[in-house]
Design a binder for this molecule. Structure first.
Ligand code: AMP
Ligand code: FES
Ligand code: ZN
Length: 286
């Protein structure tokens, strides 16, 4: 297949767009894709002090690189979750990434709070991933606020959002529409705004971008990652109906839910919707 733009051999076959591109034309297409979403959905505002949360994986590494190319000023945050070899390998990738784009990197270690995700694994087994999610969200928000950042960006992709939505709907759970939006404004002074600059971008598009642009990342997966069943369902629908995820997500954006009960944790003072926040509950098991 040939590149639609220049006729060279195509390496990126983008069924969602009915488009094939070569390795010279693809990066420009990708940058425009992200730039358009940021503008159309007001994902980032001018002069915001941005903290880009990076895991060392392809998606957040692509995000950091693209923010730099689009001219944003930002710093990186890497959270060392203490997952043995996976965490050290991810940190190594993040350090290389930071050097490649010449951006300052901050590292927070979960161990500073008295436990690691590996400890959670040993003690609370089934709850590893949700505990890890709680710890990441807590640390990102607290670090960003205490260091004067206006917004946290993450590398969530279109598949993350669609699979999260389907999983929750299928489980009959109350839907947290905030998590599905490309940008979340804080509803309290203790919360820092969140943004997902890649919310319209697929994992395959990120993978092509990091490979073509030789962006440092680790292909290692977390050893505790749950069965990616819902992601696989999304890939399968996408395979049969190219463009499904992107259309689905655009339809979701109009849905927004108000957060009604704002409280502060009795122990640490962070935001929660209960008496004691889920992070302090987690800490109490250690
Ligand atoms: P995940 O929760 O693993 O699906 O990751 C979603 C997003 O959270 C990533 O794209 C990153 O932006 C961020 N993230 C995940 N793990 C870390 C980490 N260890 N340190 C900093 N940010 C992270
Ligand atoms: Fe959190 Fe794997 S990265 S459990
Ligand atoms: Zn081309």
């Amino acid at each position: 297949m040939k590149c639609r733009k220049c006729g060279r051999r195509a390496v990126a076959i983008l069924k969602a767009y009915g488009l094939s591109l070569c390795e010279r034309c693809y990066p420009e297409f990708y940058l425009n894709l992200v730039k358009r979403s940021i503008k159309r959905y007001g994902i980032l505002k001018p002069k915001e002090k941005i903290l880009a949360a990076v895991s060392g994986g392809k998606d957040s590494s692509a995000m950091a690189n693209v923010l730099k190319k689009l001219g944003y000023e930002f710093e990186l945050l890497y959270i060392d979750l203490g997952i043995d070899h996976y965490s050290s390998e991810s940190e190594r990738a993040v350090m290389e990434l930071a050097e490649s784009i010449d951006v300052n990197v901050n590292v927070v270690r979960l161990e500073e709070y008295g436990f690691t995700v590996s400890d959670v694994r040993k003690r609370l087994r089934r709850k590893t991933c949700s505990a890890c999610g709680t710890a990441k969200r807590y640390i990102m928000n607290r670090f960003a606020r205490e260091n004067g950042f206006d917004i946290i960006t993450t590398g969530h992709t279109v598949e993350d959002i669609v699979s999260f939505y389907l999983k929750n709907v299928a489980g009959g759970m109350r839907l947290w529409a905030e998590k599905l939006l490309p940008r979340n404004e804080p509803f309290d002074e203790k919360i820092v705004a969140r943004a997902k600059p890649l919310f319209e971008v697929s994992e395959k598009e990120n993978m092509l971008y990091v490979l073509i642009e030789s962006i440092p990342f680790t292909p290692m997966e977390c050893p505790y990652a749950p069965n990616p069943e819902w992601k696989e369902i999304v890939y399968e629908i996408e395979r049969r109906k190219p463009g499904f995820s992107k259309n689905f997500i655009r339809g979701l954006i109009s849905e927004k839910e108000e957060f009604d009960h704002v409280k502060y944790c009795r122990l640490c003072g962070e935001i929660t919707n209960r008496d004691i926040c889920s992070f302090c509950k987690l800490r109490m098991s250690f």
